[in-house]
Design a protein around this ligand. Structure first.
Ligand code: GRF
Length: 230
């Protein structure tokens, strides 16, 4: 068997595994959950590369610890040239034959250059129940708005900001005593579960997009399994 430095689950089945890339900017707890699920073989994918726009992202450390190629693609010199930056990302991804790109705390707005290179092959995790609260600081916004529930969403990425077809959501109640930190922490726990689940469904080719809706074949996913009690 040819040795590859990429993180795989069960080597025997690696030939049929999809290759994923995770794009990050910071601490990488969602990346870690994906790595842990690959190691536990609850996620059948090969992590081909982790790419960060920040040299000091802790997520890069997490990747290196697991012998996953960790690549810093510097944004220096790309101010106002996001397309050209994304063209560099596409190059990195294509040279590793990546099937699916997973944004996990990647703090850049991606351009059509990347989206067109990976049509319906880019996922994102967002810490709110879309379409409510797109954008940044959304846990704080949900509390300030007086929402009683928030949660997290895994969706396909389209050209809008947090607008793509929704794959899975988990609901998290907002408690009277919640602060931005306490709510973020509870939501994050659910993010760690649903992101790998969505990737696994993609890997098993169980997702079909029809208009804005994403259908799961096999009918083995019940939305209410993601309704979380505090
Ligand atoms: C998560 O809350 C994710 O939903 C958002 O950015 C945060 C990244 O956290 N897009 P981490 O780097 O995965 O810990």
């Amino acid at each position: 068997m040819v040795f590859s430095p990429c993180l795989r689950g069960n080597e025997e089945f690696s030939m049929s595994k999809i290759k994923i890339a995770v794009l990050v900017s910071g601490r990488g707890s969602n990346l870690q959950a994906i790595i842990d699920n690959i190691v536990k073989e609850t996620l059948s994918a090969e992590l081909a590369v982790v790419i960060s726009d920040q040299a000091d992202a802790y997520a890069l450390e997490r990747a290196r610890k697991h012998n996953v190629p960790a690549v810093h693609v510097s944004t220096k010199g790309f101010k106002g040239r996001r397309d050209e930056y994304d063209a560099l990302l596409v190059k990195e991804l294509q040279k590793r034959n990546v099937d699916l790109v997973c944004l996990a705390g990647f703090m850049r707005i991606i351009t059509p250059t990347l989206i067109k290179a990976f049509p319906n092959r880019i996922l994102n995790i967002h810490p709110a129940l879309l379409p409510a609260f797109p954008g940044l600081h959304v846990q704080k916004k949900a509390i300030e708005h007086g929402a009683k529930f928030s949660g997290c969403t895994v969706h396909f990425v389209d050209e809008g900001m947090d607008t793509g077809p929704i794959i899975i959501q988990a609901v998290v109640p907002i408690l009277d005593k919640d602060t931005e930190d306490s709510l973020s922490e509870r939501i994050l726990k659910q993010e760690h579960k649903i992101y790998s689940r969505a990737i696994q469904l993609y890997a098993e080719e169980k997702l079909t997009i029809k208009g804005r809706r994403v259908f799961m074949s096999g009918n083995d996913d019940k939305a209410d399994q993601f309704l979380i009690n505090p």
